[in-house]
Design a protein around this ligand. Structure first.
Ligand code: ZN
Length: 244
C-alpha cells in the first residue's frame, strides 16, 4: 500500500511461535532505487519481490536495507536479499555483531537453542550461519537525518533490543516505530513485555518520540495507527513518568 508518492508499506505473513499475523516492512522508492526498512522472516524474498513489482519497482532496484533491530522477523530475509541485490545494510552499531553473525541474538542463548525441537533448531542454526556472510556498511546514530523520503530522522530507541531504532520520515510525517510501539486491538501501545529484555529502557526511549510532528505511526506488529498519534504517544510516555 502506498502512503505517499515515494513511501509504501509491504505486508508479509508472520507465522511464528503460534502467532499468525501480518508484519509491515517499508519500501521507499526514490530516484530509481529502493530502500527497504526491515526484511521479514527467512524465506520471504519471493513475497518481497512480488510486493515491489506490484508497486512498479523491482527487487534489483533495492540499494539499501535499513534495519530497526536484530530480531529474526526483521532480519530474516536479509542474507538472501543482500546476496541477490548487493544492497548496503544500515543499522545501529549495537546490533551489528548479531546481524553479522558474530554473536547470538540477544533473545537467544545456547540453552534456548538446545531446547528447540530438532527441526526448528536446525533451521535456526542454518539461519544464524547465513548471517556470517553479511557486513553492515553503515552504523546509524541517534538524531542523524538520512536523505530519504524528504529527510528521515534516526531515533535511537533501545530496550526491545540494545540497538533498536525508530525512524521519522518527515515527508509523509510517518513514524516507523519498529517494535517500540505496537497496535493491539486498534490502540497504540508500547513494546511487547515478553519480548523486551529491558522494558524500563524501552519505556524511557518512548519519551524521544514525544513532540515529533507525527501524522501516522507504522508499527511492524499491528500496522498503521492514525488516530491522534502525537497525543497518544504523549499519553503513553506520561503514564510511564507517573509509574516510575
Ligand atoms: Zn518484531
Amino acid at each position: 500500500m502506498r502512503l505517499s508518492p515515494h513511501v509504501a508499506i509491504l505486508e508479509l505473513p508472520l507465522q511464528l511461535a503460534g502467532r499468525n499475523e501480518i508484519i509491515y516492512p517499508v519500501a521507499v522508492l526514490e530516484d530509481g532505487s529502493i530502500t527497504l526498512i526491515d526484511t521479514g522472516l527467512p524465506g520471504q524474498v519471493a513475497l518481497i519481490r512480488k510486493a515491489l513489482e506490484e508497486l512498479g519497482g523491482s527487487l534489483e532496484q533495492v540499494r539499501r536495507i535499513i534495519l530497526t533491530h536484530q530480531d529474526i522477523d526483521h532480519i530474516g530475509s536479509l542474507p538472501e536479499l543482500v546476496r541477490l541485490t548487493g544492497a548496503e545494510v544500515w543499522a545501529h552499531a549495537a546490533e551489528v555483531p548479531v546481524i553479522e553473525g558474530r554473536r547470538l541474538p540477544v533473545k537467544m542463548s545456547p540453552e534456548r537453542l538446545k531446547a528447540m525441537p530438532e527441526e526448528t533448531r536446525q533451521q535456526m542454526e542454518r539461519f544464524l550461519g547465513s548471517l556470517g556472510s553479511l557486513q553492515v556498511s553503515r552504523s546509524l546514530s541517534d538524531g542523524e537525518v538520512l536523505p530519504l523520503a524528504g529527510g528521515t530522522v534516526v531515533i535511537f530507541t533501545p530496550g526491545h533490543t540494545p540497538g533498536h531504532l525508530s525512524f521519522f520520515l518527515s515527508g509523509p510525517k510517518l513514524l516507523v516505530s519498529g517494535d517500540e510501539l505496537r497496535v493491539v486491538e486498534d490502540q497504540l501501545v508500547g513494546p511487547a513485555p515478553q519480548a523486551t529484555p529491558d522494558m524500563p529502557l524501552a519505556l524511557e526511549s518512548m519519551q524521544k518520540l514525544v513532540g515529533l510532528d507525527i501524522e501516522r505511526v507504522l508499527c511492524y506488529h499491528g500496522g498503521l495507527f492514525s488516530d491522534h498519534p502525537k497525543e497518544r504517544i504523549a499519553e503513553l510516555a506520561s503514564q510511564i513518568e507517573q509509574s516510575s
